[in-house]
Design a protein around this ligand. Structure first.
Ligand SMILES: *[C@@H]1O[C@H](CO)[C@@H](O)[C@H](O)[C@H]1NC(C)=O
Ligand SMILES: *[C@@H]1O[C@H](CO)[C@@H](O)[C@H](O)[C@H]1NC(C)=O
Ligand SMILES: *[C@@H]1O[C@H](CO)[C@@H](O)[C@H](O)[C@H]1NC(C)=O
Ligand SMILES: *[C@@H]1O[C@H](CO)[C@@H](O)[C@H](O)[C@H]1NC(C)=O
Ligand SMILES: *[C@@H]1O[C@H](CO)[C@@H](O)[C@H](O)[C@H]1NC(C)=O
Ligand SMILES: *[C@@H]1O[C@H](CO)[C@@H](O)[C@H](O)[C@H]1NC(C)=O
Ligand SMILES: *[C@@H]1O[C@H](CO)[C@@H](O)[C@H](O)[C@H]1NC(C)=O
Ligand SMILES: *[C@@H]1O[C@H](CO)[C@@H](O)[C@H](O)[C@H]1NC(C)=O
Ligand SMILES: *[C@@H]1O[C@H](CO)[C@@H](O)[C@H](O)[C@H]1NC(C)=O
Length: 736
């Protein structure tokens, strides 16, 4: 059997001997899968033993080292692999560990790109998977939760990088102080165009449109700067929009831009992103594709500059399978696999002219891209040759990369020398894709036949029906959850709102009706705003005690503080010229408080009446003095406060007609309220930036914005079931 297989592998490029390809029985797959699990466990345990809390394990010297940011990178990056492999106890333990971190405040310069895909991606994915592992979920999950808040904290630290003339981000940021002084304005294409999955997810889950719009704007900026023949270069100046490296290709420096166009289109249901990809694809196929290889060419004329294959390009066949082009993808992957077989690994750069690894680019840092494509294609075609390729990869890594304490980068694929590095993507991607290849029944592969019903503030929704979208660091995102939270904020359930309203009124004496009336007649707003500051003070402090009504413990207090402090983390940015920007004031508004109020209401509907006087008074203390001053300066916008608070008690319940009128207004009012709330206050820098982006409208919308048919192009079967990208399924729909 073995010799036949080998013979066959030598021949299968010229002769069709797929019949002789080794057969994989269920037991074989199981055995391979368990071997991958052991591989992961060996590397992971070694990381914990020798390297944690450093970023990465050094597999030869058996110690740890900080590489991308001294934030225990490997731990966070590997987290969801634990869930996918079913090690829930360890997953939960690590979540606890990660959550000991309140935020990512640190004086370190980090790569915006890497921090986004590894840290934000890892946290978001763990947040969304945590319902499977028996971890205690916060009310409001998946639209709420501590891992989500941590991910948002990181995103808030990265967002200042996008504050540039073109809207394309800087490559580096200091987690504490923003863009470092003197930072280069040149960023690679992938460093500009690889945010929409994580940032889109964040926006859809939290309701804050900032992230998605900023990421989307950066994508449009790249598209806008494409060459007349439709190609993109490798590096661009984010201030001038001038290309500083004009080689066009699909590999290093560009790769995940294309990946995110496709995946972003599917995940967020944005057909125009798919159109941008299709247009790019035409140019790529015309100028870069040579016999099922892709080369590099000048972006202006399409003249070939580098006839090479890069290891990083191996993601491309997997991407093609996502848009239903598995036949082309299979041809390409045979090419790529032939390089793997030549060396037992793919070198970083392979010269197609000489048929050899390029000197000085001959390493293999345990990259996942080839196995990633193999997994996608196997899922789509079930061609056993792909399992064979996967097993090849497993064998090579086991044979040449394994060390006593982990797995090592191959320094030179020609002699398999090792190097003292194990990048975190070995645990987050390489082992995960291998495992998923050999585990066809994994929940990740669910073709839409099962689902989990969860309760959200907006009612029930169905999640975990498959169609997971992997970010470029292999962190899976469940699209249904995005729609679940998105829906929750788009469609307001009026009877639910009625309940909120009643609670608010009963408990707080906030005159919600007054708010409604005032919002209906916008003129009133101005009157109130010009009113005496003392009035505002009184009301603000009043609402302060209210905010904490629900608190049963000190934890809640901390929670509230976090909300307040959160806005502070947005300050401290540095101007383009390196000077410190003026710190914005402490910001918090009635709106925050009411929002919190609504959340806490959902948090514990039963305990609404168990108010705690002690907490009241302690908070009263807190809101006195200086703090009150800053509170008073907060703009109240369209949330209207009763002009004379003392009148509140004497107000009569509204008459029937009045109540009816109020009901008519409620949805709009609540909608405005929630929308404006989640958009946050205009005072903080990111919000200003967002407003500027909106106002400038620098890049026109792609004409295909509403061409949803482009999302229905022959997608692979595993995506079709959720009618592309996890629409919001009601229980009724599922029953039908
Ligand atoms: C889960 O991971 C921990 C830590 O690596 C390990 O000790 C344990 O054996 C794993 N459990 C399973 C079921 O794999
Ligand atoms: C971050 O980069 C800036 C500019 O290069 C440098 O001045 C600063 O010392 C760096 N900070 C750290 C913590 O490395
Ligand atoms: C709105 O909420 C109420 C009460 O919570 C619930 O009974 C009703 O089914 C919901 N309506 C919709 C359309 O979800
Ligand atoms: C608002 O004020 C403007 C001018 O002050 C006035 O013309 C308009 O009628 C007012 N609208 C309402 C609804 O009171
Ligand atoms: C503001 O309130 C203070 C104290 O209640 C009062 O003395 C003052 O006249 C008020 N100013 C205005 C403009 O209403
Ligand atoms: C809230 O605090 C204010 C100012 O400290 C106080 O006057 C008021 O009585 C408090 N309200 C409640 C309901 O405790
Ligand atoms: C903001 O308020 C917090 C307390 O809530 C305080 O510790 C902090 O110093 C304030 N920051 C500024 C910039 O005023
Ligand atoms: C919700 O409840 C959890 C625990 O029950 C608590 O930790 C959290 O602070 C609460 N959140 C809010 C906003 O009240
Ligand atoms: C509030 O402050 C007063 C005096 O400043 C103090 O006596 C009281 O104990 C404080 N209350 C709480 C709950 O901290």
């Amino acid at each position: 059997m073995r010799s036949i297989t080998i013979l066959c592998l030598f021949l299968y490029y010229s002769i069709d001997c797929s019949i002789a390809i080794r057969e994989y029985k269920k037991e074989d797959l199981f055995r391979l899968r368990e071997e991958v699990r052991e591989m992961f466990q060996h590397a992971y345990d070694s990381y914990l033993k020798y390297a944690y809390p450093y970023d990465e394990l050094r597999p030869l010297s058996c110690d740890g080292v900080d590489t991308w940011g001294s934030y225990s990178l490997t731990l966070i990056d590997a987290l969801d692999t634990l869930a996918i492999m079913g090690n829930y106890t360890e997953f939960n333990r690590v979540v606890e560990t990660v959550l000991q971190k309140q935020n990512f405040d640190a004086d370190i310069n980090v790569s915006v790109f890497e921090t986004n895909i590894r840290i934000i991606g890892g946290l978001l994915s763990a947040h969304l998977l945590s319902h499977k592992t028996g971890i205690k979920l916060e009310p409001g999950w998946p639209c709420n939760g501590p891992l989500l808040r941590l991910a948002e904290d990181v995103a808030q630290r990265l967002i200042a990088a996008f504050d540039t003339t073109t809207g394309m981000p800087y490559g580096t940021i200091n987690l504490r102080s923003g863009v470092p002084p003197g930072e280069t304005t040149v960023t690679c294409t992938a460093g500009v165009g690889t945010f929409i999955i994580e940032f889109g997810t964040l926006s859809r889950l939290t309701g804050d449109p900032l992230y998605e719009e900023v990421a989307y704007n950066a994508l449009k900026a790249l598209y806008h700067h494409r060459s007349p023949i439709g190609l993109l270069g490798n590096h661009i100046d984010i201030m001038t929009g001038r290309w500083t490296a004009q080689d066009a290709g699909i590999g290093g420096g560009v790769d995940s831009y294309f990946e995110y166009l496709v995946k972003g289109a599917i995940l967020l249901e944005k057909p125009e992103l798919m159109s941008m990809f299709r247009e790019a694809r035409l140019a790529i196929d015309k100028y870069l594709k040579k016999d099922d290889w892709y080369v590099w060419a000048t972006m202006l004329r399409g003249h070939v500059t580098l006839p090479v294959f890069q290891s990083l390009e191996s993601y491309w066949p997997g991407l093609l399978s996502l848009i239903g082009e598995s036949d082309t993808a299979m041809r390409i992957i045979h090419n790529y696999h032939s390089v793997w077989r030549q060396y037992g690994f793919t070198p970083e750069v392979y010269n197609l002219g000489t048929g050899e690894a390029s000197s000085s680019r001959e390493s293999y840092p345990l990259r996942p891209e080839l196995i990633e494509s193999i997994m996608y294609l196997y899922r789509e075609t079930r061609d056993p040759i792909l399992l064979q390729m996967g097993e090849d990869i497993l064998r090579s890594i086991q044979h040449s990369a394994r060390t006593q304490c982990g797995y090592a980068t191959i320094k030179d694929v020609r002699d398999h020398r090792k190097e003292d590095r194990m990048e975190s993507f070995f645990l987050s991607e390489t082992t995960k894709y291998l495992y998923l290849l050999f585990d066809p029944d994994n929940f990740i592969h669910n073709p839409g036949v099962r689902g989990t019903v969860i309760n959200t503030p907006n009612g029930e929704c169905i999640v975990d029906v498959g169609g997971y979208i992997f970010n470029t660091e292999a962190h899976p995102i469940d699209p249904t959850m995005l729609y679940c939270c998105h829906e929750a904020r788009e469609g307001i359930n009026i009877s639910e709102i009625h309940r909120i309203y009643k609670i608010l009124e009963e408990e707080d004496n906030i005159q919600f009706l007054t708010m409604i009336e005032a919002t209906a007649k916008k003129n009133v707003t101005k009157d109130i705003e010009s009113k005496n500051e003392t009035t505002l003070n009184e009301v603000t402090s009043k609402n302060y005690n209210i905010t904490k009504d629900n608190s049963e413990s000190k934890e809640n207090k901390i929670d509230q503080n976090e909300v307040l402090i959160k806005t502070e983390t947005r300050t401290g940015y540095v101007n383009i010229d390196g000077t410190e920007r003026e710190n914005s004031k402490n910001e918090s508004s009635l709106r925050d408080i009411v929002k919190e109020r609504i959340i806490s209401y959902y948090n514990n509907t039963n305990n609404i009446n168990s108010e705690d006087e002690e907490i009241h008074s302690s908070i009263d203390n807190k809101t006195s003095g200086d703090e009150l001053d800053t509170e008073a300066k907060v703009e109240v916008d369209d949330i209207i406060i009763p002009q004379k608070p003392q009148d509140a008690e004497s107000l009569q319940p509204p008459s029937v007609t009045k109540a009816k009128e109020a009901y008519k207004l409620l949805p709009k009012v609540i909608q405005d309220f929630l929308n404006s709330d989640w958009k946050r206050k205009p005072k903080c820098e990111p919000q200003r930036m967002l407003e500027r982006i909106r106002k400038e409208k620098r890049y026109p919308d792609h004409p295909d914005v509403n061409e949803y048919k482009y999302l229905l192009t022959p997608a692979p079967s595993f995506l079709q079931r959720i009618s592309i990208a996890g629409e919001f399924l009601s229980k009724k729909q599922l029953e039908m």
